[in-house]
Write a protein that binds this ligand. Structure first.
Ligand code: SF4
Length: 579
């Protein structure tokens, strides 16, 4: 019987509870957002005693469904002040699912200065002192923990960014080779864990009973249909786009479309794009050899395998992984065209426990403020070191791009609800801009990846400059909220958008596990219900329609090369959720 594990950091207890009926059919984002909605006061301080942080594997996570090792992490965000769900792919979530744990709720507040870890096994959960691991890089600390608890455990943790309560801190999970490299990065949830002095959650799956599956036949039928779709779609199949070049295959594509934000969103094309692309990474792996790998899975059972291990010139490991968002954040957005520098910056973000999108966006805003020249990789590394050392400047930068912009009087700060924009220029690609504006999460491309039909001709083919996209944006957000609840990686969306049997398979898998009778129509309903809870939380936290807007400079600064401004009417934005 699945359980909820409630962890209280005031009296340091960890106790199992039955899953209330109302949570029975929820998982992943649906469950984290519902628990945050039900249990967290929307007006609380994100770093105070009344916030909570919730971990939930998806509905099928821990089964052999393909590409389904995602964990959702939720709470009130220190970066946006609103609700947050950020998910990562990691074997950690599969172990949690197999132990029959539907959610871990961390609440309360420390009563002294001590730091703690939690060790979860099939027999229960016990605290261990973690002071000796604080103030250190995660690349140093993870091997120590794997030595202590065994190589097969999974580790969730915060780095020094979370310890210092930086608003750009993420929650870090181990990848398939036990690196500290998979992140629920966005929104500063690492700081929430830091505020509670919980440094690690170590999970041992030895002897775990496995995920309960109500209808095994139906589950297997769905799993096979989805697997077949993933294995046949050009973007997701073995040897396909994601597998061969990683997510950074998008660099050249988005650059060509004039939508690659360059030098802090001053331009839409970067002259160094090709040098920072997935193709360039694949070439490095080929020519440098050594540990260099494309087509690497972030967790067991991923059949898309879009991750990578990037080598140094001598073939040793520089870093894993450089994603599209990361090569852009430290690359085009900072005017840097050197993959070795981008790799070093990525390693530093992993080591400190930070969101690479927010970190790159912050350095770009710092460059705008004159703290460095655009393109100066050496100075970018020095700024990251300030964050790592915790100097006064580092503390400012660690609070993210919006705070940095305020401190240094920068007008061009490309964020929504305090969260820096990801790697798609909203002036050149209107639907993703609308998604940034109205997402409950702040500027977030994963809330509704309209890039698929706007640029990739996947799931439809729409004009990137068309501003009449309220319905498209709404439907993508609903479908995404559902996928984020299943435990599947969002990248399955490419295949299921184009292959109806794949979509059917996704729903059948969920019905097989839960014993539900959902149809394809229920996907939209369930997504809508999740969004309604998130929007209600944000409204109670004080957000209004005025917060569902892009920054003013995008309305009057023309973006080269298309010389376009942000021209989606406010009424269109407001219409997205006014069905
Ligand atoms: S597709 Fe990529 S990000 Fe998604 S689960 Fe697989 S390796 Fe991880």
């Amino acid at each position: 019987m699945a359980k909820i594990l409630r962890v209280n950091m005031t009296d340091r207890t960890a106790a199992y509870e039955d899953v209330p009926d109302k949570y029975k059919f929820l998982g992943g984002r649906g469950l984290t957002s519902t628990i945050v909605h039900d249990e967290v006061d929307p007006t609380c301080h994100p770093l105070g005693p009344n916030n909570k942080i919730v971990f939930a594997p998806g509905i099928v996570t821990g089964t052999n469904a393909p590409t389904s090792g995602r964990v959702s992490v939720g709470g009130k965000s220190p970066l946006t002040g609103g609700i947050k769900e950020s998910n990562a792919g990691t074997g950690w979530s599969q172990l949690v699912g197999r132990l029959g744990i539907k959610a871990i709720i961390v609440e309360g507040y420390p009563t002294d200065d001590g730091w703690w870890g939690l060790h979860i096994t099939k027999d229960g959960a016990e605290f261990f002192p973690a002071d000796e691991y604080t103030g250190k890089g995660l690349y140093e600390v993870y091997p120590l923990l794997f030595d202590k608890f065994g190589k097969k455990v999974g580790i969730a943790s915060i780095g020094i960014a979370g310890e210092r309560k930086y608003a750009n801190s993420g929650v870090c999970f181990n990848d398939i080779d036990n690196r500290p490299s998979r992140y629920s990065g966005r929104g500063g949830l690492g700081a929430v864990l830091g505020s509670k002095h919980l440094k690690f959650i170590v999970v041992d799956g030895e002897g775990a009973p496995g995920v309960e599956i109500v209808n095994k036949g139906l589950f297997d039928q769905g799993r096979k249909k989805l697997t077949q779709a993933l294995r046949s779609h050009d973007i997701t199949k073995p040897g396909g786009g994601l597998n061969s070049y990683g997510t950074a295959i998008l660099v050249n594509i988005i650059n060509e479309a004039g939508g690659l934000p360059t030098r802090n969103f001053r331009e839409g094309r970067f002259e160094g794009a090709a040098k920072t692309s997935g193709e360039a990474m694949a070439e490095l792996c080929k020519t440098r050899g050594g540990v260099g790998t494309m087509g690497h899975p972030c967790h067991p059972g991923c059949i898309i395998q879009c991750s990578n291990v990037i080598p140094n010139p001598d073939g040793s490991e520089l870093v894993s992984v450089i994603e599209y968002e990361t090569t852009w954040a430290f690359g085009a957005n900072c005017g840097i065209d050197d993959l070795d520098v981008i790799g070093k910056l990525t390693w530093m973000a992993n080591n400190y426990g930070m969101d690479t999108i927010e970190a790159g966006g912050t350095i770009a805003v710092a460059m705008e403020a004159g703290l460095a020249e655009f393109g100066d990789g050496k100075r970018a590394i020095e700024l990251m070191e300030e964050i790592g050392k915790g100097t006064p400047l580092g503390h400012i930068l660690g609070q993210g791009a919006a705070t940095t912009g305020k401190v240094f009087g920068v007008v061009r700060v490309p964020g929504v609800k305090g969260q820096n924009m990801p790697a798609y220029e909203p002036r050149a690609i209107k639907g993703i801009g609308m998604t940034y504006a109205i997402s409950t999460m702040g500027a977030d491309h994963t809330s509704g990846y309209t890039i698929a039909p706007e640029i990739l001709a996947c799931g439809g083919d729409v004009d990137q400059f068309d501003v009449d996209k309220a319905e498209l944006v709404r439907n993508f957000q609903y479908a995404t909220a559902f996928i984020d609840s299943t435990g599947h990686c969002l990248f399955i969306a490419f295949a299921i958008l184009d292959i109806p049997e794949g979509f059917e398979g996704l729903v059948e898998e969920c019905n097989g596990v839960l014993g539900t009778e959902w149809t394809m129509d229920d996907v939209g309903r369930i997504g809508k219900e999740i969004l309604a809870k998130e929007r209600a939380f944000n409204a109670a936290a004080g957000f209004t329609k005025a917060d569902d807007r892009l920054p003013e400079f995008m309305k009057y600064e023309k973006l080269p090369p298309h010389d376009v401004v942000w021209d989606v009417p406010d009424e269109t934005l407001d219409a997205v959720f006014e069905e």
